[in-house]
Design a protein around this ligand. Structure first.
Ligand SMILES: Cc1ncc(COP(=O)(O)O)c(C=O)c1O
Length: 404
C-alpha cells in the first residue's frame, strides 16, 4: 500500500466515526465497471457501491449533466418551482404506475416518508391505524421508523424502544402473513427481493397472499424497491413483476447514479390525503439530484438499458449456476437480472476478501451470502471476467479448508 493510502486510512481512523468496517482499499477513480486504487491497481466492480453506480463510474453523459447543472443552478429549496422535479416525477410515474413523487435524499428517508404517508392516509379516513406488518430478514434503513420495520436484532437492540405496533412475519409464508394482517394494519412493508437479508426474492404465492391480505383488510402495501427497483432485475420495478400492486414505493440507491436522491412514490388515493406541511426536506429533489436522476432514467428507458439488463441478466444467471455447480460450498443461487446472492455453507467474508485480492469487488450479506450488484451497464464479457475471478476466489477458500 502506498503512503498516500496509509495516510488516508490513518486520518479517517482518527476522525471519522467508526460505523463501517472498511476493507483496506482506497479507491481514487473509476471508469465503466472498473475502479482504481491509490496504487493504480484495477478492480472489476460487481457491487457498484451497493447498487448505486447504475451507469458505472465516470459515465460521460451523467458527468456532463452534473457539470452542466452545477454550472447553471444547484439548489433553490422547495419553496419555489424549478424545471426538473416535475420532469423526474413524470418519468417515475410512467415507470411505476404511481402518479406522484415525494423527493428526499436516501433510501431510509424514502421509507420514512412511506410509513408516514400510510399513517396519514388512515388518519384522514377518520380511523387511525398505527400498525405495520414487516418481514423477517428485512432491511429498510437505520432511521427510527425504517429501523422499526427492519428485523435484525443486532441493528435494533441498542436503540429501542422503536415504533410500537410492528409485527414481523416469516418470508414466503402465506399463512403466517394472512394470520398477522388485521383491520388495524396501516400497511404491509416488503422488499420484493430482500437485499441485505441475503438476496431473497418473494415468491409469487407470497405476493398473492400479500394482495389478498390487503384486499381483505384495506391495509396499504409499501414496496421497498430501494435495492430491487429501477431496472436492477430487468423490470422497472420487481413488485409489479411478481404481481404486487403497491400503494407506495420507496426508491433510492441507483436513482441518482451516485448523486444522493431518494423518492417515495404514491398512488393518487394516498397522495390525496397528504396536506401542505405534512412532510418535507430541504435538499429533497434539488436541481442537481433531479438532473442526475433524469439522466439515469433516460439511459434506462430511452437508452435501452432495461432491455440490456434482461439479456446480460440471463447470461449472468447461467454463468453463476455453472460457477455454483463447480463449488461444494455454494448451496444456492438466488436473484434476478443483475442482483444475485450465492448462499454458502459457510461464512461469506473470506470469499469476499479472496475476490478482492483477485481484483473483483463483491460483498457479504446475511453472514453466509456473497452478493453481486454490478453496474447495470456491465457487458457479458465483463460478467465472464468478474465471475471467473469469483470462481477462483471460491476455489481459494475451499482449498484452504475453511481457515481463510
Ligand atoms: C431495501 C432497502 N431499503 C432501504 C435502504 C436504506 O437506504 P439508505 O442506505 O440509502 O438509507 C436500503 C439500503 O441498503 C435497502 O436495501
Amino acid at each position: 500500500m502506498t503512503t498516500v493510502a496509509t495516510d488516508i486510512q490513518a486520518l479517517e481512523t482518527r476522525h471519522v466515526l467508526q460505523t463501517y468496517r472498511r476493507a483496506p482499499v482506497t479507491f481514487v477513480r473509476g471508469q465503466g465497471v472498473r475502479l482504481y486504487d491509490a496504487d493504480g491497481r484495477a478492480y472489476l466492480d460487481l457491487l457498484s457501491g451497493i447498487g448505486v453506480a447504475a451507469l458505472g463510474h465516470a459515465h460521460a453523459g451523467l458527468a456532463h449533466a452534473i457539470a452542466d447543472q452545477a454550472d447553471t443552478l444547484l439548489h433553490t429549496s422547495n419553496l419555489f418551482y424549478h424545471p426538473l422535479q416535475g420532469q423526474l416525477a413524470e418519468r417515475l410515474a410512467i415507470l411505476s404506475g404511481l402518479p406522484r413523487a415525494f423527493f428526499c435524499n436516501s433510501g431510509a428517508e424514502a421509507v420514512e416518508a412511506c410509513l408516514k404517508f400510510a399513517r396519514r392516509y388512515w388518519y384522514t379516513q377518520g380511523e387511525p391505524r398505527s400498525e405495520f406488518i414487516a418481514l423477517e430478514e428485512s432491511f429498510h434503513g437505520r432511521t427510527f421508523g425504517a429501523l422499526s420495520v427492519t428485523s435484525d436484532e443486532h441493528y435494533r437492540a441498542p436503540f429501542e424502544p422503536l415504533l410500537p405496533g410492528v409485527r414481523f412475519v416469516p418470508v414466503n409464508d402465506p399463512e403466517a402473513l394472512l394470520a398477522a394482517v388485521s383491520p388495524r394494519t396501516a400497511a404491509i412493508i416488503a422488499e420484493p427481493i430482500q437485499g441485505e437479508g441475503g438476496v431473497r426474492p418473494l415468491t409469487p404465492a407470497f405476493a398473492a397472499a400479500i394482495m389478498a391480505a390487503c384486499d381483505r383488510t384495506g391495509a396499504l402495501l409499501i414496496a421497498d424497491e430501494v435495492q430491487s427497483g429501477l431496472g436492477r432485475t430487468g423490470h422497472p420495478f420487481y413488485a409489479t413483476a411478481i404481481g404486487l400492486k403497491p400503494d407506495l414505493i420507496s426508491v433510492g440507491k441507483a436513482l441518482g447514479g451516485g448523486v444522493p436522491i431518494g423518492a417515495a412514490l404514491l398512488s393518487e388515493r394516498v397522495a390525496a390525503t397528504i396536506a401542505f406541511g405534512d412532510h418535507g426536506s430541504t435538499y429533497g429533489g434539488n436541481l442537481l439530484a433531479c438532473r442526475a436522476a433524469i439522466c439515469v432514467l433516460d439511459e434506462l428507458v430511452a437508452g435501452g438499458l432495461l432491455n440490456h439488463i434482461g439479456r446480460v441478466g440471463r447470461h449472468m444467471e447461467e454463468r453463476l449456476n455453472a460457477v455454483a455447480a463447480a463449488h461444494s460450498i455454494v448451496k444456492q443461487v438466488r436473484g434476478a437480472g443483475l442482483i444475485w446472492g450465492l448462499e454458502l455453507t459457510r461464512a461469506a467474508a473470506p470469499v469476499v476478501s479472496a475476490a478482492l485480492a483477485r481484483g473483483v469487488i463483491v460483498n457479504r450479506t446475511a453472514e453466509t451470502v456473497v452478493r453481486l450488484l454490478p453496474p447495470l451497464v456491465i457487458t457479458a464479457d465483463e460478467i465472464d471476467e468478474g465471475l471467473s475471478g469469483l470462481d477462483a476466489a471460491l476455489g481459494d477458500v475451499e482449498s484452504d479448508g475453511g481457515t481463510v
